[in-house]
Ligand binder design. Structure first.
Ligand SMILES: Cc1cc2nc3c(=O)[nH]c(=O)nc-3n(C[C@H](O)[C@H](O)[C@H](O)COP(=O)(O)OP(=O)(O)OC[C@H]3O[C@@H](n4cnc5c(N)ncnc54)[C@H](O)[C@@H]3O)c2cc1C
Length: 291
């Protein structure tokens, strides 16, 4: 299929891109890696009048330490996140999650910002970023604002980004001592998208007590979410296989699971528990320095 006609602009600076996005409003679409937008345009499910290509903007692709956190530019590709030595050392969950996305071609072109802004209910990063409790920076001509990731995903393909905003950066707090994190997913075999994907982060205290837990789930419902009932069932308890199994039963609490040709709602609900337990067990092993 061939996309509907559109006008194309390739701004050279973020400021120029922001002015174009503001001027064209709903008639414009931002193009980053194109791996979600272009298929939609080819199917004519998206027919923007203006395509604003931010892929050539300099200075929006980076992973660096800044004021106690790790800042990742929106145009950083999945492959760059997967191979980042800084992330592997200080937040390996993100590198592990990036490595689980699609295939090499998708990882070489797809960007962190595009993946988050698109808010596909089966995308991988949202689970990891929710478990890590990151902040998302949105830029506009009026300046920049930060959005806690827990407030970012509103619904299927819908985020808290406002008209005229460009997602510019993700801020990650490096993992604290005695913390482990892991991502486990049941992939759809052709695309790699998550039928269910669960990221878990555990911080241990004295005697193996769980002091803090973050659990993000993707694929299950219309939007990725933080499994607060699981986290609550873990906090303050002594880590054990039984605790993980018991807590994982709450993974789908309060969520109406999606059903499609890949998996029924019941199957997704069951898999949410299974993959939560697996992610918790691996996060625990890592918190103990065992994996
Ligand atoms: C075959 C295939 C397999 C895939 N498998 C997986 C998978 O296993 N897991 C997974 O998570 N994803 C998967 N994807 C999706 C892939 O990760 C995409 O790259 C990603 O979802 C979108 O990133 P992009 O840079 O390509 O964005 P684009 O396609 O360029 O844009 C996507 C949307 O986000 C908007 N946008 C882009 N950047 C910004 C920004 N900085 N600020 C505001 N809005 C912005 C665009 O306007 C558009 O609406 C797959 C894609 C394909 C084609």
């Amino acid at each position: 299929m061939i996309p509907a006609p559109f006008e194309y602009a390739a701004p050279k600076t973020l400021e120029e891109a922001l002015r174009l996005v503001e001027r064209h409003g709903d008639e414009a679409k931002i193009l980053a890696g194109g791996h979600s937008l272009l298929p939609l345009m080819k199917l004519r499910l998206a027919q923007p009048r203006y395509v604003i290509d931010i892929g050539r903007l300099r200075g929006m692709s980076y992973i660096r330490e800044e004021n106690g956190h790790i800042a990742i530019g929106a145009l950083t590709t999945h492959a760059e996140i997967e191979s980042s030595n800084l992330l592997r050392a200080k937040c390996p969950l993100l590198a592990e999650t990036a490595a689980a996305i699609g295939d090499v071609q998708v990882r070489n072109r797809g960007t962190l910002g595009g993946n988050l802004a698109h808010a596909d209910p089966a995308a991988d990063y949202p689970a990891a970023l929710l478990a890590l409790d990151v902040e998302i920076v949105a830029a506009s001509t009026a300046g920049a604002r930060t959005i806690p990731v827990n407030e970012f995903f509103l619904d299927m393909l819908t985020t808290a980004l406002r008209p005229g905003e460009i997602l510019s950066q993700v801020r990650v707090t490096p993992l604290a001592a005695h913390t482990g994190a892991a991502y486990e997913k049941l992939p759809q075999p052709a695309s790699g998208f998550a039928i269910v994907g669960v990221a878990a982060r555990l911080r241990l205290g004295k005697g193996g007590k769980i002091e803090d837990a973050g659990v993000g789930v993707t694929g299950l419902g219309p939007k990725a979410f933080r499994a607060e009932a699981v986290e609550k069932a873990l906090r303050g308890k002594k880590a054990s296989d039984k605790i993980f199994t018991d807590a994982a039963r709450y993974a789908a609490q309060g969520v109406e699971p999606l059903a499609d040709l890949h998996a029924s709602a019941d199957y997704r609900r069951e898999m949410a528990s299974v993959y939560t337990r697996r992610a918790l067990k691996r996060a625990f092993a890592r918190a103990q320095g065992k994996a």
